[in-house]
Design a protein around this ligand. Sequence first.
Ligand SMILES: C[S@@+](CC[C@H](N)C(=O)[O-])C[C@H]1O[C@@H](n2cnc3c(N)ncnc32)[C@H](O)[C@@H]1O
Length: 450
Amino acid sequence: VNQLQLFLPCAAGVEPLLEAEVKKILGAGAQAEAVSAGVLVQASWRETLQLNLWSRLASRVLVQLQRRPYAKEEDIYEAAHDVAWEIWFTPQESFKVELTSRGSPLKSLNFAALRIKDAICDRFRAKSGSRPNVDTHSPDTRVYAHLTNDRVTLYIDTSGEPLFKRGWRDADGFKGDAPLKETLAAAMLAASGWSPEQPLVDPCCGSGTILIEAAQLALGIPPGGARRFGFEKLRPFEAHIWNTIKTVANNEGGMRANPSKSTENLHIYGSDVAHRMVDFAQRNAERAGVAQALNLRGGDALQRKPPCERHPSLGGLLLLNPPYNERIAVAGLAGNAGHANSPDRQPREPRIHRAEPRHVQPVSNPSPAERSQSHEFASQRDTTDDFFSQLATHWKTHYDGWTAWLLTPDLKLPGRMRLKETRRVPLWNGPIECRMFRFDIRGRQEKSQS
Ligand SMILES: C[S@@+](CC[C@H](N)C(=O)[O-])C[C@H]1O[C@@H](n2cnc3c(N)ncnc32)[C@H](O)[C@@H]1O
């Protein structure tokens, strides 16, 4: 296995950030090109393992094995049959075919996937007399196929579980309420241009994803250091090469970014109105090996003052995905505002609706059904408006000179905050279109006496 053509898929909007990350991991001379939905990279096998270990932004690392025109299912069968799968796995490993398409004229994509599976099995049987089993639940090997209107591309996956699974979340337990994917938190950090010398505050930190990503980045801890990878079951895998890559990563901080090995100069702070989320973020940080680098506490974002001075030239960064709708509701002081009969205005814990809608509608853009749905949601929207206008006022009063970046599916958020954004970056959270809005916070000017 010499020079490989890789495709690293990522969330829409992240492509240029991932291209820059690949060049940081492999060196500035690396051949990497951002394309739609991912980055094409020319790399060696060793570099393929390094990308799996170090990429914070890619969702997988795929090796492209075939790309050719097709018109009908049988062309796809031939394309799959011509790939030397036996270089990559043996009939003893189970496999699964996943197929995506954009504009394919074929009537049944399931049938196309089935023909790819048949082609792989037929090839193995012809070469060795036996064929691998299919396992759709936890396969040893994953084959990806992508169809455009006239081209089929086939890949073998080297990652296994998607790369956002860093290995530090409690696999069986509570995952948090709508936790951000780790890859998206990393994209937020990259898009904001955060550097570890700059104080970082997430005042709605939830399970702590943004802060944990930031601390690992600052400390040079590889995002994949605590997990297994699909390539460990592929034929080219050699344990001694992988062990050397991991040893280098652990000893030298690996990535060419001069990561700080000390937590002394780090100012990474998080808080959440829900104290149980803060405990939970703390446990996540411990499992991720960064607990000593984070300062976490409970508290309402509307009351949280800057936990440290801002950096003289870099300022300070507020980075968050705030509560955004009836699914993850605003809590705390603003959460109480619409509930005049709450006796003592104690901050409410967030309300979590577990019957989660698959596609979350932005607050600003409710569907007609939602609009008529309930008075409760209407009052929730008022609460949300209150929260954001109060947050803007709080920041103007206490965070002069800081920069805030907010990720939200609510495209009208700047209006709610009555702040003008200085940048907006489109990012997709799975199927949900989001924006990262940047606000340069300037303190309130006292009205001059005339
Ligand atoms: C969308 S979640 C953030 C998820 C987080 N980034 C993660 O990865 O887990 C929003 C968070 O805001 C918190 N929250 C709601 N109202 C708040 C308030 N007034 N002050 C601080 N946090 C609040 C909720 O408890 C919830 O954890």
